[in-house]
Design a binder for this molecule. Structure first.
Ligand code: FAD
Ligand code: DHB
Length: 403
């Protein structure tokens, strides 16, 4: 016999999307249960994103989640573009009328979210298995899962699929009810976390004939660096000495040096662009990576997840408060406007900054010309800057008519 449970919104996945949605719903008096296949320790220690847009920071602050981020995060008002042995600063703050980004690790956001949820007596079930979604096209969808050897059936008003790209939620939408758009890239990133002082006060995105590299930070003692690599490379082919060699070569400019230190973690990620339309099926709403993936070059993934759940929490709030369905009906289209802008920006940044295997000289010349244009033209730099800090939703809407 299975155990039964009931909640208003069943949330699959305790990533940034699922946990933030649970918190935003709680602030509106809506009850939810979060189901997560990994352990609390795993989700709180997996190293991923690092850049929060101003809009994400504002949302976390306004929801009472900002205390540690404001203390420990680093506000950056610009970043560096390096290519051809030169460095160019993109002044985000000046180009966007005062906007900035915050460097604060994704797993720290996760820790803050878990702590906030548990402090309010919320239910997050870690280590669940065999999660299945049922009756999504009717008024009482169910999530069935195993927890500690017991089969549990949870009845909900709505299900939020926040279980990332490899989760079960998107797959629960009948294939003929969704369209998927995919682009994969013939390269990946090797990321290292190193114990070293910062080598630069700002992030550095570097284009080099040996490939892309990125210098980011985590704290005064910990730095995060990436080099473009073959996603099929085994990690053993990247001993620390090779990683440092590549970083020194790709980031080199006169009068600057890279501080080395012990490598604490190393991983390789593949890169793809992906969108599933629509982001809804009946009473199931997809949010975050379960619906869309961007290559990490534009630093958009976590921010898109936060933007989705902000829209979803408002729409569910309207439904529970006064039965209004308009915002729920608009959810997918509203989110997809931001998603496609971020898809374009992330693809563009990726294409401009990476070496494509077998690329001809013509393509290289085009990339360098584009980089020079961004470095030298205020209009081009402004376009990069406003996309990087995050565009407000009203700028993404098509005009009602004419111009
Ligand atoms: P996830 O974080 O993937 O969370 C989904 C959760 O669901 C996971 O905890 C998973 O265990 C759980 N789950 C999966 N299947 C099930 C199931 N069947 N049942 C229950 N639970 C399940 N984004 C940025 O904005 N800025 C950056 O600088 C940036 N850099 C990145 C660098 C790297 C190296 C990588 C890999 C990503 C980066 N991203 C960045 C992207 C960002 O990390 C993701 O977009 C973000 O984690 C998406 O959040 P999410 O909650 O949608 O999904
Ligand atoms: C980081 C990751 C990114 O994808 C990016 O574009 C900038 C910074 C980071 O991990 O710090």
């Amino acid at each position: 016999m299975s155990k039964t449970m009931r909640t208003q919104v069943g949330i699959v996945g305790a990533g940034p999307a699922g946990l933030l949605l649970a918190h935003l719903l709680h602030l509106r008096g809506i009850d939810s249960v979060v189901l997560e296949s990994r352990s609390r320790e795993q989700i709180e220690t997996t190293i991923r994103a690092g850049v929060l847009e101003q809009g994400t920071v504002d949302l976390l602050k306004a929801s009472g989640l900002g205390a540690r981020m404001l203390q420990e995060g680093f506000v950056h008002r610009g970043f560096e573009l390096r290519f051809g042995g030169e460095s160019h600063r993109i002044d985000l703050h000046e180009l966007t009328g005062g906007k900035e980004i915050t460097v604060y690790a994704q797993h720290e956001v996760i820790k803050d979210l878990v702590a906030a949820r548990l402090a309010r007596g919320a239910q997050i079930h870690f280590g669940v298995t065999q999660v299945e979604l049922a009756a999504l096209d009717g008024p009482r969808p169910r999530i069935v899962f195993n927890r500690g050897g017991e089969r549990v059936e949870m009845s909900c008003d709505f299900v939020a699929g926040c279980d990332g790209f490899h989760g079960v939620s998107r797959q629960a939408i009948p294939p003929e009810q969704r369209k998927e758009y995919v682009r994969s890239y013939p390269f990946g990133w090797l990321g290292v976390l190193v114990e070293a002082p910062p080598s630069s006060p700002e992030l550095i995105y570097a284009y080099h004939e040996r490939g892309f590299s990125l210098l980011s930070t985590r704290s005064p003692e910990l730095q995060r660096l990436y080099v473009q690599c073959d996603p099929a490379d085994p990690l053993q082919e990247w001993p620390d000495a090779r990683v440092w060699d590549e970083l020194h070569t790709r980031l080199a400019i006169d009068g600057w040096s890279l501080a080395e230190g012990p490598v604490l973690q190393k991983n390789i990620i593949g890169m793809r662009s992906f969108v599933c339309e629509p982001m809804r099926y009946g009473r199931l709403f997809l949010a975050g990576d379960s619906a869309h993936i961007v290559p990490p070059t534009g630093a958009k993934g976590l921010n898109l997840a936060a933007a989705d759940v902000q829209v979803l929490a408002r729409a569910l709030g309207a439904w529970f408060e006064e039965g209004g369905e308009d915002l729920l009906n608009a959810y997918s289209a509203t989110c997809l406007q931001r998603v496609w802008r971020a898809e374009h920006f992330s693809w563009w940044m990726t294409s401009m900054l990476h070496r494509f295997p077998g690329e001809d000289d013509f393509s290289t010349r085009l990339q360098l010309s584009q980089l020079r244009y961004v470095a030298c033209s205020r209009a081009a730099a402004t376009s990069l800057a406003e996309n990087y800090v995050g565009l407000p939703l009203d700028l993404l809407k098509a005009p009602a008519h004419g111009h």
